[in-house]
Design a protein around this ligand. Structure first.
Ligand SMILES: [Zn+2]
Length: 301
């Protein structure tokens, strides 16, 4: 009898709901988080084609302090504005030029528990920077757009970032982390970084492992490991990637993420659209989306 009690209760509840002609209890309960949508190549690669076009029109690169960077940041901002993000351009000075971080907040979620995902948007001067780091930028952008299209109502507040002037010293992300308002650092549960996400000949995804072992970092690293393991995709644990994740770790904000590793064309003119493997880029975009979605729909503690 004890075993059947929940069934009886459920039956009574269903009967009451039927008698009342509605199911007010169910209607009032928050919707269970749906699982993450899946993006395909056509949801991701057009962003890289656009960044390649921007480099082509602007002397072959999208480096800090150039028109190629400004056009890149305007392009990503416009994509985000069209789907309902609150976007902010954060200016900073470096090497005699103004750089910009692009910050995009998805309205809603608990502002005391922020989940951030970001990538650097600048290239070096030697080339268009399509794998390093158009690929990470496009994976994060595809994630943001998928979140918006699904009208996700997250538990945690969700913020995306595209950093300026990463190349040569992480200047944009350092500026952001050092100028956070009081309480701003503590409010960020985890920062997820993606630098090079579409490298050719990728067999193993390199998952970042924050040496601090902070709860927010462990939760995210475990989520990536589980995501890839469930799809039989091999991973290897690395420390930080030497990218913008370092700026967050340096001020005590838990970080995680992954990279598909360095290509032969890194920081060269041949880091163009042909230097990105579309299948790898699509796997990466779905991993960013899947884990961001999972962590965003988990209550912060
Ligand atoms: Zn990079």
């Amino acid at each position: 009898m004890a075993l059947h009690q929940p069934l009886v209760k459920a039956a009574v509840a269903a009967l009451c709901a039927t008698l009342l002609g509605a199911a007010p209890a169910e209607a009032a309960a928050p919707a269970a988080p749906r699982s993450a949508p899946v993006v395909d190549e056509q949801d991701v690669m057009p962003y890289l084609t656009a960044l390649q076009g921007i480099a082509d029109r602007n002397g072959g690169n999208r480096a800090h302090g150039t028109e190629g960077y400004l056009e890149s940041v305007r392009y990503v901002k416009q994509v985000l504005d069209q789907v309902g993000f609150r976007t902010t351009l954060q200016p900073f000075r470096h090497a005699g030029a103004t750089g910009y971080n692009l910050i995009a907040d998805w309205p809603g979620g608990d502002a005391r528990h922020v989940l951030m995902a970001g990538a650097h948007l600048d290239s070096v001067e030697a080339g268009p920077g399509i794998n390093d780091n158009g690929s990470g930028s496009a994976a994060v952008l595809a994630t943001a757009v998928a979140v918006a299209k699904a009208r996700l109502r997250p538990e945690r507040h969700l913020r995306f970032a595209w950093w300026g002037a990463e190349e040569g010293g992480l200047f944009g992300s350092k500026y952001y982390t050092k100028t956070l308002p009081a309480g701003g650092r503590e409010a960020i549960d985890t920062y997820l970084n993606f630098d090079q996400a579409g490298s050719k000949n990728t067999a193993t995804w390199l998952v970042t492992h924050d040496p601090s072992e902070a709860a927010g970092a462990v939760e995210a690293t475990d989520a990536f490991e589980s995501y890839f393991a469930a799809r039989s995709i091999p991973t290897f644990d690395i420390g930080d990637t030497g990218s913008d994740d370092q700026s967050f770790a340096a001020v005590g904000i838990p970080m995680a993420g992954f990279t598909t590793g360095i290509s032969d064309c890194i920081h060269s003119a041949c880091d163009d659209i042909k230097n990105v493997d579309p299948a790898t880029e699509t796997v990466s975009a779905n991993a960013v989306l899947g884990v961001t979605w999972q962590l965003a729909t988990t209550k912060g503690r």
